[in-house]
Write a protein that binds this ligand. Structure first.
Ligand SMILES: [Zn+2]
Length: 355
């Protein structure tokens, strides 16, 4: 399969926090195809262990997250429209005028749009449009009334997830889709598993994907407890700022080195290891001073402390229906992760753990 087709397959899957099943099923099928036996944590995180033959081999965890930002139906109005609570961080300005899929409890898929107020209805009212609260935005499945919505099986607690077709940009270098945060990571771990299929390594690898990252790094807490790694590498996608007049996180400038995010500081041992490995493997990197966190923030505080980092890329307009990202950035991150994993051994891990 071509890289674009793999990206398209993963980014068009709809799965939000606490409802990761569709991505988990996809990952599981690919893992089994590649000859791995997936295991699950109690909240639905999926991981395979590639055990080393070396005695007391260090345990290295590499984790994506499966969830994308979405919504949950909080109420059904008499007119048959819905109101929601957000699952993950949403800018209210990108929610209106979009298409979504509502998933009922029994798995039925219902098309839904968010209603935006037409200019006609503002004319002459003297009202200036305000930034709406998420709780006020109208989600509309075009039902006659609440009773008809109920007949279609719709109820409070149903999930609503963006619907977007993934396409290639005109210059062929970039992709436009939803959910590159974090199907990027899901593709990275599948590609890594394929790359490692016939390799014997001096470290034991735990490779997979967490649940519920978008609602507060919850899945990473339980998976790191279960799998007890010595080092943790998140693979995740962060916002690019380049079109907003900021050089921090530019498309096409390579994989990110996150020395700092609000919930994680890279330790000196890890920093030296990453800089040396990137240099050696000739990987294009950019320093990224993050304003948000990743699962590395939760993992490094687990089990008495686990040195962690994120092997990342940036994408424009994340947490919306239309995200733009660069194919070469993905390839740089992939080269970097392969170089990292294949250069680890007991001595190297001890060096990295040296704070
Ligand atoms: Zn996110």
């Amino acid at each position: 399969m071509e890289l674009f087709d793999k990206v398209k397959a993963l980014t068009e899957i709809q799965a939000t926090s606490g409802f990761e099943g569709p991505v988990r099923d996809y990952l599981k099928a690919r893992m089994v195809e590649l000859g791995y036996q997936p295991e699950f944590d109690g909240l639905g995180g999926i991981f395979v262990t590639k055990a080393s033959k070396v005695e007391n081999a260090p345990r290295i965890m590499i984790a994506a997250h499966m969830d994308e930002v979405g919504f949950m139906v909080s109420s059904i109005k008499a007119d048959g429209t819905f109101r929601v609570v957000p699952l993950g961080g949403w800018n209210p300005l990108v929610v209106s005028g979009q298409r979504f899929t509502l998933f009922t409890r029994t798995g039925k898929k219902i098309p839904v749009v968010t209603g935006g107020l037409p200019p006609h209805l503002l004319r002459g009212t003297g009202v200036t449009p305000q930034i709406p609260a998420i709780s006020d935005i109208i989600f509309d499945g075009a039902f006659e009334n609440a009773a008809e919505a109920a007949e279609f099986g719709i109820a409070q607690g149903d999930l609503i997830i963006p619907e977007t077709e993934t396409i290639l940009s005109a210059n062929g270098k970039n992709i436009i889709s939803k959910a590159w945060d974090n199907r990027y990571g899901c593709l990275m771990i599948l590609e890594l598993l394929e790359f490692l299929a016939d390799k014997e390594l001096p470290v034991t690898l735990i490779i997979g994907a967490n649940v519920q990252e978008e609602v507060g790094l919850r899945g990473a807490k339980v998976s790191t407890t279960k799998f007890n790694p010595d080092l943790f590498f998140a693979v995740d996608c962060s916002p690019a700022s380049d079109t907003f007049g900021d050089d921090n996180g530019r498309l096409g400038e390579g994989t990110t080195l996150r020395f700092f995010d609000p919930g994680h500081i890279m330790l000196p041992g890890m920093k030296n290891f990453l800089l040396d490995t990137a240099d050696h493997a000739k990987v294009k990197t950019q320093v990224y001073m993050a304003k948000g966190g990743t699962d590395a923030g939760a993992a490094h505080l687990a089990n008495g402390g686990v040195p962690s980092t994120t092997i990342g890329v940036v994408a424009r307009y994340i947490h919306s229906h239309q995200t733009i990202f660069n194919l070469d950035d993905f390839l740089q991150a992939q080269t970097f992760l392969r170089a990292i994993i294949t250069s680890l051994n007991t001595e190297k891990v001890a060096e990295i753990k040296n704070y």
